[in-house]
Write a protein that binds this ligand. Structure first.
Ligand code: FAD
Length: 284
């Protein structure tokens, strides 16, 4: 039952993010990815939480199952928007009973259809405070190197992020493609007196169109020069993956050289690209 704050104290971490599968076939894919990534000896793995609690039980069962069955440290993502505090504390009790001690505390997103949000929370900081008051959890929060898409400007986003990180133990970023975006964020946070470790999130490109869609949704820029390099490869899946691995390896190496406290891979429940990047970096 390692606490991620202690793992970060001990040196750069290596971690992998997964999402709860919806079908039997997708479940087998997740099991395969976990099986193939485990030999890399990740510091921890994490499992996402569906907006508004749509995967509440599935996320809990996967996170608890990973810790129990594989011995890997697992972190549960948890969003608060649209939730009552009592529902959150009940879930935290279930996590504690399942020996889960690491929580990524998130606001989540409002419903896409514009329905009004009912619940006790507006911002992630409120969830951080509730989790902190409810037990000895190591608490992570989200960070957006290029600013959160709902933020009116980067300056206010950085201020809110610094206040949130002051309450938490660590941050994990949205994926990004330019090291400067992450390094600039760390510099801005330092200027605001915040030195909480923030682990960069890495998404190796295996399908350029899919990543461009994700990037548009998350507020991450997919640089034009990168898009052009992928476009030149057309639909040749092997070449696209090879370039994605090359680009992610360069980004990770730069981040490690600049002192990043770890690397967090968005795996999309697949293992190949992440394993290739880790091998290039001599990790695992
Ligand atoms: P917050 O920190 O609350 O910030 C949201 C916005 O409010 C920002 O613009 C911020 O600047 C602003 N803000 C914060 N505090 C204040 C304040 N006091 N006054 C005014 N404005 C303020 N989503 C899921 O649904 N499930 C997941 O599992 C999930 N995992 C994620 C993992 C990572 C690593 C990341 C980076 C994101 C993840 N998300 C997930 C997405 C996340 O829920 C969304 O980005 C969401 O829109 C914002 O969450 P947050 O925790 O960053 O919110």
């Amino acid at each position: 039952m390692a606490l991620i704050r202690d793992l970060l104290d001990a040196g750069p971490t290596l971690s992998f993010e997964f999402f709860p599968p919806k079908t039997d076939e997708a479940e087998r894919q997740l099991e395969k990815a976990l099986h193939e990534l485990r030999p890399l000896g990740p510091s921890f793995v994490s499992v996402t939480y569906g907006a508004g609690g749509s995967t509440r039980e599935r996320t809990r069962d996967i996170v608890v199952g990973i810790e129990r069955d594989t011995g890997m440290t697992a972190m549960a993502h948890l969003t608060c928007m649209g939730h009552r505090a009592a529902d959150i504390t009940a879930l935290l009790d279930e996590y504690r009973d399942g020996s889960i001690t690491n929580i990524l505390a998130l606001a989540g997103d409002p419903p896409a259809d514009g329905e009004p949000i009912e619940g006790d929370f507006t911002y992630a900081t409120e969830l951080v405070e509730l989790v902190r008051s409810h037990g000895d959890f190591s608490i992570g929060v989200a960070a957006h190197p290029e600013g959160h898409p709902r933020s009116p400007d980067l300056e206010s986003d950085r201020r809110h992020l610094a206040s949130k990180l002051a309450l938490a133990d660590f941050g994990v970023t949205q994926f990004f493609f330019r090291a400067e975006d992450y390094l600039g964020m760390v510099e801005d946070l330092a200027a605001l007196g915040c030195d909480t470790p923030v682990v960069p999130g890495i998404m190796p490109v295996t399908n350029a169109r899919q990543i461009q869609r994700f990037a548009a949704l998350s507020g991450a820029a997919f640089p034009v020069e990168l898009a052009e390099r992928f476009d030149a490869l057309g639909d040749d899946a092997d070449s696209v993956r090879a370039l994605g691995v090359e680009v992610a390896t360069e980004l990770c190496q730069r981040l490690l050289d600049e002192g990043a406290p770890g690397l967090h891979f968005y795996t999309l429940n697949r293992s190949t690209a992440t394993r290739e990047v880790a091998a290039n970096l001599g990790l695992g």
